[in-house]
Design a protein around this ligand. Structure first.
Ligand SMILES: O=C(O)CCC(=O)C(=O)O
Ligand SMILES: [Fe+2]
Length: 362
């Protein structure tokens, strides 16, 4: 039976042999190299998502979408509005952050990067089993269809890959990316402190959140490009997933494409607001809040006319940090999830994707 449009899809993983997910197939180049989008006139069968067998996963956007909350950081009520938004949506957009210049600069670098000839981009290809560089979405091995997307993942300095892309002229890209990551880190930490305060977490003692210790948070910047697609209603830009983060800051270009799943409503478009950054709540805040804050299920769809870009900055605790439902201790509720380290959760998510949370349910 197909789920109602407004019921959160429970099984997002398509028919991919489970045994293969944990084995080296995961690192196979087939799941790393994007197709040459310029040379394709017709959507290849390998990229068709919207057919009978996948209907329930695809879903249709809600006919009467409610707007995702837009919050001005200068508003004196901003903190409580964010908290409200995450009890219901798990996502909101922020304006009034003063980061427009950095956003414009990073978007033009992303355009430059994805505009390079395919052979040039392939020089910075992610290595099998590696995390950074050019390639398909990291969630690709879980799905038996390919997504209409190419990405570039950065952790720390992008200098090694940038030198492969622009041997003579890589410094501008690196400087823009460094500045952007510094700004995004500060904003992510500001938002995380608001949520930790609401959960009574003593964040003054968390050296990784206060830049005062040996351990550092896990951060990554993902540049996404979704080229114009010959058959957008049957294709998928990025399949539905939740982020393995505390929060993710997403910058969308003017072209819409990000959709979120809202219980009782269905898929809702996150309408790009000029200058706004979208804040997605990830799995770790969901666990810490004992399920009170929604880890938003989201995906990206594509269009026929315009190449769309997005920049996603992920912020997670260090790998040795223990994630446990602290809210249950405060309120006396039964914990819904068992405690585990970030490293353990990352391993579970790497093997089971969206099933990871149900595997730690008590
Ligand atoms: O392209 C988008 O708007 C979403 C990207 C995303 O969800 C991700 O990179 O995790
Ligand atoms: Fe995401």
């Amino acid at each position: 039976m197909e789920p109602e449009a407004s019921e959160r899809p429970k099984d997002l993983v398509l028919e991919f042999p489970m045994g293969a997910i944990a084995d080296p197939y995961r690192a196979h180049l087939h799941h790393i190299i994007p197709i040459d989008f310029n040379s394709v006139q017709k959507l290849p069968e390998s990229h068709v998502w919207h057919d009978k067998s996948h209907e329930s996963l695809f879903g249709v956007p809600s006919a009467d979408p409610l707007p995702v909350p837009v919050i001005d950081l200068m508003d004196s009520e901003a903190s409580s509005l964010m908290i409200q938004a995450c009890e219901t949506w798990g996502i909101f957009q922020v304006i009034g952050h003063g980061l427009t210049k950095f956003m414009e600069d990073v978007e033009s670098e992303a355009e430059k990067l994805f505009g390079l000839p395919v052979d040039q981009k392939l020089k910075a290809l992610r290595s099998p089993g590696g995390a950074t560089g050019y390639g398909r979405p990291h969630i690709s091995p879980f799905f038996d269809r390919h997504m209409w997307q190419e990405g570039f993942t950065i952790m720390g300095s992008p200098i090694d890959h940038a030198k492969q892309l622009w041997p003579q002229d890589y410094q501008g890209f690196c400087d823009t990316i460094d500045d952007y990551q510094n700004q995004m880190k500060a904003l992510a930490e500001k938002i995380i402190r608001i949520f930790f305060k609401s959960l009574n977490i003593n964040f003054e003692e968390l050296n990784w959140l206060n830049d005062s210790g040996l351990s550092s948070p896990g951060t990554a910047l993902q540049l996404n490009s979704y080229p114009p697609c010959p058959d957008p209603t049957r294709a998928m830009g990025m399949a539905a997933h939740t982020d393995t983060s505390l929060v993710t800051l997403v910058q969308q270009s003017k072209t819409s494409g990000l959709q979120v799943f809202k219980d009782g409503v269905g898929w809702v478009l996150v309408q790009p607001v000029p200058g706004a950054l979208t804040v997605n709540l990830g799995d770790y805040l969901h666990i810490l809040s004992n399920g009170m804050y929604t880890n938003v299920l989201h995906r990206a769809v594509v269009n026929q006319q315009i190449q769309r870009f997005s920049m996603a900055y992920f912020y997670a605790p260090p790998r040795d940090f223990t994630v446990s439902p602290v809210l249950s201790r405060v309120t006396g509720q039964m914990p819904k999830y068992r405690s585990l380290t970030v490293k353990e959760y990352v391993d579970l998510k790497g093997k089971h994707l969206e099933k990871a949370l149900s595997l730690i349910q008590i």
